[in-house]
Design a protein around this ligand. Structure first.
Ligand SMILES: Cc1cc2nc3c(=O)[nH]c(=O)nc-3n(C[C@H](O)[C@H](O)[C@H](O)COP(=O)(O)OP(=O)(O)OC[C@H]3O[C@@H](n4cnc5c(N)ncnc54)[C@H](O)[C@@H]3O)c2cc1C
Ligand SMILES: C[S@@+](CC[C@H](N)C(=O)[O-])C[C@H]1O[C@@H](n2cnc3c(N)ncnc32)[C@H](O)[C@@H]1O
Length: 696
């Protein structure tokens, strides 16, 4: 999906205070009031109250989030209903979102006002992303897709119970209401899904009907005679759609199809998900599952959590800016947003050491401030996500001399990863059972379940859903699949702040070719070295020296501190060739190809990740590289959503980008290309009466 700059809405007020879009020339809600309209047209139109009763989750998709009144009214109604669903997910698309100031200043019904304050507090930077905002300890989730409806709909992964179509009148905004909207709705709708809209336009009703919705008139409100309601009841499912839905449910929703089967008894709790490895990935996943009402058993070979890759005293997190804004930059932007929310939460709730007050990244190619800002402007990225600063500006922010221009990520920061992992487990509470000193030696499929065994071949656990979060160890448990993932040794160094020349300790983390952190408990951490396939984790003086070089270059001091008195820590990063993590359901064919006991079925289609068949209930979450804090924060949300059958918190092409099946697909495409190169002869299509139309 291409990134488009997001421009804040130009909102004006009519004489009676009704908000109006200057761009579309239409009002955000009728004069009857936003709450009355939301209730009558959307909440009643979709019969939410009756339908979410007793459900595990309920998913609403809205086109045109606007000022969020429909969302707030839905949230308020959910809150007030003792029989509400456990989870409420609202996926809302908005092309011209209000600025934070306009959102906070919008007039609200007193019932919605307190919720509106919370919404404004969490309002994201306006970037072309699927922004996840969690309320009510995660029981209410808003996935705010900023960008055009036509671009977002094909990228959404999830199953929708109710649609709110609220994108200004079709006469004023025909582009939103075209056939692609209705087709996409049919792809996303569960059987019996409902739709409600303010408009009674004939073209909209026809469009809904042609997509399989049974449509009816309903009395309007606020001076409107008729509105439209509908129910998804297709006469037939097109073969292509059915095929794609089947593939998607295997690829993305293997757990969805097993969700019902994981219940011990009707209405009972699902069986715990077994997570192997309690580093950042495993602990983040335990929390994300708990948020969705799922319990987990977390198996860790160490004596405690986060003692390996995730055991550093502190680490940084921030986004990525790249001219092409490809999948790498987009994934890490989304991951940086997820990290900020997670770190902020951990600091607020668990007093975890860290900061979300910003980070500087010095341009490694010596680019000027104007060159950096030109990239930011071309991508339309807002200043509260990233802006370019010159050396003076960077020095002022950091409080130390910085030699060159830098990116300033106001929402980046640093955190103690062990503290973050502990905060995640604390927040999972009783929904996660940690078993330490428990090393998983093998994994096998026995009687439709996964059996995890120790080195003595004793069974540790059996489960329907297993997630391998054990870094490089995941590859061993999968029989060493031919994935391009390599270990990289890294050493960070630290020194007492008091031993450093004055004016060399930055206020913000400074990154570039290495990083320097602000003072933490009297020490300053900086680094880090990188050696491929080097498993020797003893500290090296040569690495300390190299880290000192990074320190002096980053904070612009010539006076390097002395080597004596330095300490440090080494561990391994697991890094994939494309520098993206590996997160998703394990392909059945790969497991089969590796000759391991996880094999379940024949390879099937391999031409794109989303159609590759999967081993049921088996997931991997590894190769977090040097961005473990951010990738763990987002990856856990992605996997928990897949396991709980909730809407995916990132777009489909980013799911493909991190999918473990991508390596298989690339190999398949390479093989196909060489097969074609080896036999370049043009194959003549058959001729004769069977070949084409009689008249041809
Ligand atoms: C020097 C250095 C500096 C870094 N700096 C940063 C930074 O500033 N910011 C950042 O975001 N990232 C940074 N990283 C990267 C980050 O630390 C990693 O990406 C992250 O910790 C990986 O987390 P993980 O949960 O995948 O792996 P780990 O933390 O290694 O967790 C895997 C867990 O699985 C357990 N395990 C393994 N096998 C088994 C088994 N068979 N049975 C049971 N348990 C098992 C292990 O004991 C371990 O606890 C840095 C890495 C290094 C090396
Ligand atoms: C009537 S307002 C929505 C009011 C909103 N539902 C509320 O509760 O406050 C219509 C919204 O649809 C958005 N919109 C219109 N066309 C769009 C498109 N093609 N893509 C994304 N958003 C669109 C507008 O920017 C506007 O915010």
């Amino acid at each position: 999906m291409n990134t488009t700059p997001i421009r804040a809405a130009a909102i004006v007020s009519d004489a009676d205070g009704t908000p109006r879009s200057a761009d579309y020339g239409d009002v955000y809600h009728s004069r009857a009031g936003a709450l009355a309209q939301a209730r009558h047209v959307f909440l009643d139109g979709d019969a939410l109250a009756g339908r979410w009763r007793g459900r595990e989750r309920f998913v609403v998709l809205e086109t045109g989030f606007g000022l969020g009144n429909n969302f707030l009214a839905t949230w308020a109604a959910w809150r007030a209903d003792a029989q509400r669903s456990r989870q409420l997910h609202v996926v809302a698309i908005e092309g011209s979102p209000p600025s934070r100031v306009d959102l906070a200043g919008a007039a609200r019904d007193p019932l919605l006002a307190p919720l509106a304050v919370e919404l404004a507090e969490h309002w994201p930077p306006l970037t072309c992303n699927l922004h996840r905002i969690a309320f009510e300890s995660g029981r209410v989730e808003l996935l705010l897709a900023l960008g055009d409806v036509a671009a977002w709909l094909p990228q959404l992964v999830g199953r929708v119970d109710a649609f709110f179509l609220d994108g200004f009148a079709p006469a004023r905004n025909p582009a939103m209401w075209d056939a692609r909207l209705f087709k996409a709705m049919a792809r996303l709708a569960v059987p019996g899904a409902t739709v409600a809209t303010w408009t009674a336009a004939r073209a909209v009703r026809d469009g809904l009907r042609s997509a399989g919705f049974a449509v009816e008139n309903a009395p309007g409100t606020g001076g409107k005679r008729d509105i439209t309601r509908g129910r998804f009841a297709p006469h037939f499912t097109p073969r292509a759609a059915a095929r794609q839905a089947r593939a998607l449910s295997e690829a993305r929703r293997a757990p969805a199809s097993t969700t019902a089967g994981t219940r011990d008894s009707p209405g009972g709790e699902a069986l715990p998900v077994v997570i192997v490895g309690a580093g950042l990935a495993g602990c983040a996943l335990a929390q994300a599952l708990a948020e969705r009402g799922r319990s987990s058993l977390l198996l860790e070979r160490g004596t405690a959590i986060a003692l390996e890759g995730s055991g550093n005293a502190a680490g940084i997190f921030h986004g990525v800016v790249h001219r092409g804004d490809g999948r790498h930059a987009r994934f890490h932007r989304a991951a940086a947003f997820a990290a900020r929310a997670a770190v902020r939460d951990a600091i607020d709730r668990s007093q975890t050491r860290g900061s979300v007050a910003g980070l500087l990244r010095i341009a490694s190619d010596g680019a000027s401030r104007d060159e950096l800002q030109a990239t930011v402007d071309a991508l339309g990225l807002p200043a509260d996500y990233v802006r370019a600063v010159d050396a003076n500006g960077a020095s002022r922010l950091a409080g130390v001399p910085i030699a060159g221009a830098a990116w300033h990520f106001p929402h980046g920061g640093w955190v103690d990863p062990r503290g973050l992992a502990a905060a995640w487990l604390g927040s999972a509470g009783r929904r996660c059972q940690l078993r330490s000193c428990c090393s998983v030696a093998s994994l096998a499929r026995v009687d439709d379940r996964w059996t995890l065994r120790d080195a003595n071949d004793e069974t540790i656990a059996t489960a329907e859903t297993v997630v391998l979060c054990n870094a490089g160890g995941a590859l061993d448990l999968l029989g060493r699949p031919p994935w391009p993932i390599e270990p990289q040794r890294g050493q960070v160094s630290s020194i007492e702040a008091a031993r450093l020349p004055s004016g060399t300790v930055p206020r913000l983390p400074v990154a570039g070719a290495g990083y320097v952190l602000p003072e933490i408990d009297g020490a300053v951490w900086f680094g880090a070295s990188a050696q491929w396939n080097d498993f020797d984790l003893s500290l090296r003086a040569g690495d300390h020296r190299a880290n000192l070089g990074r320190f002096t270059r980053l904070v612009g001091t010539a006076a390097a501190p002395e080597l004596a008195g330095m300490s440090g820590r080494t561990s391994l990063r697991w890094v994939s060739q494309d520098r993206l993590p590996v997160i998703g359901a394990v392909p059945a064919a790969l497991a089969l190809g590796a000759g391991s006991s996880v094999a379940t079925k024949a390879p099937g289609r391999l031409d794109q990740p989303r159609v590759v068949p999967r081993a049921p209930g088996l997931y991997v979450f590894t190769a977090l590289g040097s961005r473990g804090i951010a990738s763990a924060s987002l990856g856990a949300q992605i996997l928990a959503a897949a396991i709980a059958d909730a809407p995916a918190p990132v777009e489909a092409d980013l799911l493909d980008a991190i999918d473990p099946a991508r390596f298989l697909v690339r190999q398949f495409r390479r093989d196909e290309a060489s097969r074609q190169a080896a036999s370049p002869t043009f194959v003549q299509p058959p001729v004769g009466p069977m070949a084409g139309s009689a008249g041809a």
